[in-house]
Design a protein around this ligand. Sequence first.
Ligand code: FAD
Ligand code: A2P
Length: 270
Amino acid sequence: MTDAPVAPPRITLPDAQTVTEVTHWTDRLFSFRVSRPQSLRFRSGEFVMIGLMGDNGKPLLRAYSIASPTWDEELEFYSIKVPDGPLTSRLQHIRPGDEIILRPKPVGTLVHDALLPGKRVWFLATGTGIAPFASLVREPETYEKYDQVIVMHTCREVAELEYGRKLIEGLPEDPLIGEMVAGKLRYYPTTTREESPFMGRITDNITSGKVFADLGIAPLDPATDRAMVCGSMAFNKDVMTVLEGAGLREGANSDPREYVVEKAFVGDGV
Ligand code: FAD
Ligand code: A2P
């Protein structure tokens, strides 16, 4: 007779949270929701460290933007699957009921406090850089602070836009912020390596004026425009050049200005 199978050990750390939902968007992208520590307060746009217990018995943690708004009872994350990535090669297999580790110390620069008051705010993202904006577009403060909220999200292929598209296109129906969003939120998704209604890099669509023409809006004006940027390091660097060229200056929590930047990940991409 063989022994009954032994359940894997539960995480005994106080920072364990339970997975409630997992959605796979592509073979490289998934989102998931976890229970929220009762004491966790964060500002929309911030990130936390999350992870799993490593084989060596030590927590294996990575930075993740909180994709859910501050009023949500749970926390949502949007993640890459790096085939050989120490964390995501395992994290991509989580299922409801599993536990992850979440360090409840939110930080980051993509917060309203780091921007001076303005009339329009631009959320500029590539790839998983949409995650902090998935929180900010669901945040009432965003619509209290700005007359217009413009989301530019660019990916190589159409399927990679799907998480952001579904979320943003569903917002008018949201019982809590649907009315605030109406008439204020503009969404400009583009692809660069697959045909779609709108094409091209964010940098090119700003410098050529295409995005302003397509949306029927005025060009960037440092007196009224504010921007938050989240993408690869190469993208961030090039967008910063474009924004600086239009007269916007980089801000920080301690020194609010016209735009702020956060890395969506460290490295050259996969
Ligand atoms: P790692 O060893 O961490 O990464 C291996 C390589 O994979 C990297 O060198 C890079 O080339 C590539 N890579 C890593 N992350 C990404 C990515 N997101 N998109 C494309 N290529 C990537 N990742 C998320 O998926 N969602 C988030 O919300 C998120 N927020 C972050 C916020 C901050 C401030 C920072 C610094 C990083 C964030 N990341 C996010 C990246 C994340 O911390 C990990 O790098 C990622 O989960 C992969 O972990 P890993 O251990 O599997 O591989
Ligand atoms: P492109 O296909 O022209 O390289 P990645 O998967 O490499 O992180 O890229 C995600 C998206 O960001 C792609 O659409 C890519 O366009 C775009 N991108 C990558 N680097 C830059 C950059 N330096 N400036 C503007 N867009 C960029």
